[in-house]
Design a protein around this ligand. Structure first.
Ligand code: NHR
Ligand code: GAR
Length: 219
């Protein structure tokens, strides 16, 4: 049975596009069954539509607090009966009740080498900190913002004088490889959250996550 994925977005949806393209192949282990945005004008909704994927919007401004927004969001998501929920540029912090409901089946891709640079504006912050490298991380989502167990990281070198926009573009290219790979692992039953530990093929993943470049060099 193929893994049913729901993707949450807020913006342009280039990660969504990478997932659509990667999974729309013969014998794919997963398919995206729904896309939900908290912004009605998110370009990612057009990507979903063009791919024939059902999509919906839920405006957080229509709700009095985060709990009521998250309850409505949970209902919308669960109507798609997902096995896996992916945050892909989704910009709303989620409440403890929501993340508990999806524990072990909710992933995020964050544009930094976590635990460095949690939160927003990560590319500028990596530059301001004088970091030699930067990247992106796929992790299980828990109550702790950008603090859940790490799964997979990819890195890029920062070049002298590099600007945030160019760094962001490089990191995003990396994201388009990291997220589909992690989604495929999950769909194949290779990823689990056991207690507070991420596991790959039943073995604990180191706290710093697996490294894309190690996988590619066959380590
Ligand atoms: N929710 C929980 N509980 N845990 C995580 O790890 C989460 C999460 C919700 C989103 C993505 C995250 C990122 O990858 C994410 C991880 C939004 C904000 C934020 O400050 C921070 C981190 C992330 C996403 N959002 C503002 C808010 O008040 C709104 C900002 C805006 O609308 O532009 O929710 O970076
Ligand atoms: C991605 O770079 C993602 O890592 C980041 O936003 C971008 C979304 O682009 N996520 C966050 O900053 C979450 N707060 P996309 O909409 O084109 O996929």
């Amino acid at each position: 049975m193929s893994c049913r994925i729901v993707v949450l977005i807020s913006g342009s949806g280039t990660n969504l596009q990478a997932l659509i393209d990667n999974l729309a192949v013969p014998d794919s282990p997963a398919r995206i069954v729904g896309v939900i945005s908290n912004k009605a004008d998110a370009y990612g909704l057009q990507r979903a539509g063009a791919a024939g994927i059902p999509f919906d919007t839920l405006n957080h401004r229509d709700f009095i607090d985060r709990e009521s927004f998250d309850r409505a969001l949970q209902q919308q998501i669960d109507a798609f009966q997902p096995d896996l929920v992916l945050l892909a540029g989704f910009m709303r912090i989620l409440t403890p009740g929501f993340v508990t409901h999806y524990r072990g089946r909710l992933l995020n891709i964050h544009p930094s080498l976590l635990p460095k640079h949690k939160g927003l504006q990560t590319h500028q912050r990596a530059l301001d900190a004088g970091d030699a490298e930067h990247g992106a991380t796929v992790h299980f989502v828990t109550e702790e913002l950008d603090g859940g167990p790490l799964i997979l990281q990819g890195r890029v070198q920062i070049t002298p004088g590099q600007e945030a926009a160019s760094l962001a573009a490089e990191v995003q290219q990396l994201e388009y490889r990291l997220y589909p790979l992690a989604a495929r692992w999950f769909a194949a039953g290779r990823l689990q959250l056991n207690d507070d530990r991420a596991c790959f093929d039943g073995n604990p993943i180191p706290p710093s996550g697996l490294r894309l470049e190690d996988l590619e060099s066959g380590i």
